[in-house]
Ligand binder design. Sequence first.
Ligand code: ARG
Length: 391
Amino acid sequence: MKAVLAYSGGLDTSVCVKLLQDKYACDVVTVTVDVGVAQDELREAEEKAEKLGVVRHITIDAKEEFAREYIFRAIKANASYEGYPLSTALARPLIATKVVEVAKEEEAEALAHGATGKGNDQFRFEAVFRSLAPEMEIIAPVRELNLTRKDSIKYAKKMGIPVPVEIDKPYSVDENLWGRSIEGGILEDPSAVPPEEIYQWTKVTKEEAEDVEVEFEKGVPVALNGEKLSPVELVERMNAIAGSHGVGRIDMIEDRILGIKARENYECPAAVALIKAHKQLEHLVLTRLELKFKAAVEQEWSELVYNGLWTEPLRIDLDAFIDKTQDRVTGKVKLRLHSGSCRVVSRSSPYALYSERLASFDDVTLDQRSVEGMLRYHALQASLYQKLRKD
Ligand code: ARG
């Protein structure tokens, strides 16, 4: 049987190649989808796959598609789950889609992934696999064989698979353009303070505060400090700038799909900075009612995506609503970055609903006396209720 495996070159997926060959008697095709990982990791993944004896290894550069079709949607949706700006969750459906495409070209019978039976990624891979290729078999060796991380490390050593992690530093890292997630080892104790070694993207290297101006067009960022950038360049640049001020470290307890509470650490400087700027611009141009309704839509969108239901029509319907709200989300926002903090210090838009004259203490455009009628009945029902109580 021929199986196409979503392959990162990390511990779990390398172990999966061998397990698929030895325990499932499969010919293995590995697919590495580049959603923004280090270039040397891609090369290492390829070399490793070949050493493991795959019939074919394919690397797909999906950075541009990831930025345009996934990250930009996440910005428009201010996508966050319990305070986690969706990153792993956002990339999984794209990776799974590419794996299905390769499997169809290769006329494979099975789709495989290296996710465990405890996490969220199994749901995300399999929801897309079943939506796009219901005729194919799904193999999840780590879950099916009930392997622990220690089992995987031992098996890898036995089979001569180079192990990138050690028993005493067994971090599981997932990285893409929009964020970096670090789990495992000492981090599994929620009372343990994360050691500095887990961080790579967020280190304070600049002493002075720095201002960055983000320009948005219809809800998506198009320029930084006046320089037009492609979606990928812009996100990479923002990660570097905000990361150099230590912005974007998140340490949280997260409710996984299964109900397990997990301690999660994230580094996502661009996501934190760009979503903050985007939200402020929305507050300038959208009405109070639009903002209130959109917040509920954002919550629903984020939960759907967190839960792996990217292919669900409701997600697509919600995106249509979100896109419509972004027609006027055009303008500039200035962020001030300094030693871990990121705040909005300026915003402007040709579509601003803000009226300086209406808001100013020094203007008479709004005759204050005309508000009296509105005030009189503002608490009408409350006053009827209170009267009733006294009687
Ligand atoms: N908890 C995050 C999510 O479900 C990250 C999961 C993957 N992280 C990892 N280090 N393997 O989206």
